[in-house]
Design a protein around this ligand. Structure first.
Ligand SMILES: [Ca+2]
Length: 144
């Protein structure tokens, strides 16, 4: 079986950059339609899942994981908040913001990139990314 290698690029605002390359076990290859981004409540694409249909989403508190009443953000630190994602758009960056409305500390994901574990990512202001993010936008480089 071919080993799946994924590249993740997280850039801290416009100031400094950090490149991360992560290898996924072949058995954990996430499924998400081309052109969409998918988000999971657990690390490594586990737990509840949501497919964004390829659309930027300004308030994760207003959308629910597929088949549930559980929002992607229900208050900082909730375990059910997003902990991993994949961007299956081959042309677009996806920026993920701490605040709704595409504001606040941000990290962006390269086209066709993914973030297997938000626990490994620290935002530009020094706070953790895991279980705290609230909006995401395509074709964006954390421009706020
Ligand atoms: Ca979580």
């Amino acid at each position: 079986m071919r080993k799946l290698i994924s590249k993740v690029l997280i850039v801290a605002a416009a100031v400094s950059g950090l490149a991360v390359t992560a290898a996924l076990p072949a058995s954990a290859a996430p499924t998400c339609p081309a052109g969409h981004s998918c988000f999971w409540s657990g690390a490594n694409y586990t737990g509840y899942k949501w497919d964004d249909g390829g659309h930027s989403t300004p308030n994760w508190g207003a959308v629910h994981y597929t088949g549930t009443n559980i929002p992607l953000w229900g208050g900082d630190g909730l375990e059910t908040n997003v902990s991993s994602m994949i961007n299956r758009d081959v042309d677009s960056y996806v920026s993920i913001y701490y605040n709704s409305g595409y504001h606040g500390p941000c990290a962006f994901v390269v086209p066709n990139g993914n973030v297997p574990d938000f626990r490994r990512v620290t935002l530009p202001d020094g706070t953790p990314m895991n279980d705290r993010m609230n909006s995401h936008r395509y074709n964006d480089h954390c421009s706020g």
